[in-house]
Design a protein around this ligand. Structure first.
Ligand SMILES: [Fe+2]
Length: 367
């Protein structure tokens, strides 16, 4: 496979990014680029699949996907184990959803695996001379965690999640993000027009907020001197105070959480906390072809969160999402034209967009 981009092209693109010139439009529309991203980014990156509270008891399991690979994470004797959730027999998916059991039983022909992934039994196997279940274990995947979040990685050579997280847990904790008081409330799946990078780049700047999000900007102080951007190696953070004395705020942002916080973790996870009562939304963004994105959002609140706050915040975020989806759908139409081939970004206000594009370039250029 010819390297994409070539080392010369990658060096040129990196210099361009330094002066605010974006990645080429074709990177957002070309199926060949998406295929490369699949191999170099999603097949190698840590993917949030479930929560520690779903995996508290021996035999608990949760299913998800990591880089297009169906995975199952189980609580075995020795701790959390992750497997490719595909039967060694005819490649049917083994586990569905989440639950608890002493064995994972494939629903197709009944092959049973123990919680360490070993093939324990296969109907009629005793009638087959020389059938040897050793060597037919579920294939392993890496599992790791951050706070209440369980991640899987389809790349057996992946480094620990901690090296992707870097200082992110410390920074989030310093900003007051406290997972301990939060409980899972709901998961919502979604799909939107726009390349996955278009959607994430929109998440990574609030330059558009005063123009495109009047409601949001009435609650969060989006002025450039109040809204702070921080880039780590593989993550970034945006924080901003709630506006004080907003005359017509979209919801009541008074409460113990003073800062709006928007965290991004390579390659496709974001965590959003809005000011007011404690709240957290965790979003996973996945490519669905070059020009659409699908994903899910897990929401967390304290068990005693006021229902009125939960309802008002849901309405507030729905409004922001509706506005964003119209923006990103339009960007995708513009990118499809391929003209202009490159965009001109503002290196200060869109620092985190450029940071993200550099990570994409780095990942696609890597051998
Ligand atoms: Fe937005």
């Amino acid at each position: 496979m010819t390297p994409f981009p070539s080392p010369e092209e990658a060096a040129r693109l990196a210099l361009d990014l330094d002066r605010g010139v974006s990645l080429p439009a074709s990177w957002y529309t070309d199926p060949a680029v998406l295929a490369r991203e699949h191999d170099r980014i999603f097949r190698r990156g840590w993917q949030y699949v479930g929560r520690a509270d779903q995996l508290a008891r021996p035999g608990d399991y949760v299913t998800g996907e990591a880089g297009g690979v169906p995975v199952v994470v189980v609580r075995a004797e020795q701790g959390l184990r992750g497997f490719v959730n595909v039967c060694r027999h005819r490649r049917h998916l083994v586990a569905v959803g989440a639950g608890n059991g002493t064995l994972l039983r494939c629903p197709y022909h009944g092959w049973c695996y123990d919680l360490d992934g070993r093939l324990r039994s296969a109907p009629r196997a005793d009638r087959e001379p020389g059938f040897d279940p050793t060597g037919l274990s579920l294939l392993p995947v890496r599992v790791d965690g951050w706070g209440p979040f369980v991640f899987a990685n389809a790349d057996p050579g992946a480094g620990p999640l901690a090296s992707t997280l870097g200082d992110l847990p410390d920074i989030a904790a310093r900003n007051g993000l406290d997972f301990a008081g939060l409980r899972f409330r709901s998961r919502e799946g979604w799909r939107a027009a726009g390349n996955w990078k278009v959607l994430l780049e929109n998440y990574l700047e609030c330059y558009h907020c005063p123009v495109a999000h009047p409601g949001f900007s009435s609650v969060v102080d989006v002025r450039p001197d109040a809204y702070s951007l921080h880039a780590g190696e593989w993550f970034s953070a945006q924080t901003a105070p709630a506006r004080s004395g907003a005359p017509r705020a979209a919801y009541d942002a008074g409460g113990p959480v003073a800062l709006a916080q928007y965290y991004y973790l390579w390659p496709n996870l974001t965590l959003s906390t809005h000011p007011g009562h404690p709240n957290l939304a965790v979003h996973v963004w996945l490519p669905d072809g070059p020009d659409h994105t699908r994903g899910f959002t897990d929401r967390f609140f304290p068990p005693d969160a006021p229902e009125e706050f939960v309802r008002a915040l849901a309405e507030f975020t729905r409004q922001v999402v509706t506005e964003d989806q119209s923006l990103t759908a339009s960007v995708q139409l513009g990118l499809r034209a391929g003209l202009p081939e490159r965009g001109r970004l503002l290196p200060r206000s869109e620092r985190l967009v450029l940071h993200f594009q550099k990570l994409v370039l780095r990942a696609l250029s890597a051998g």
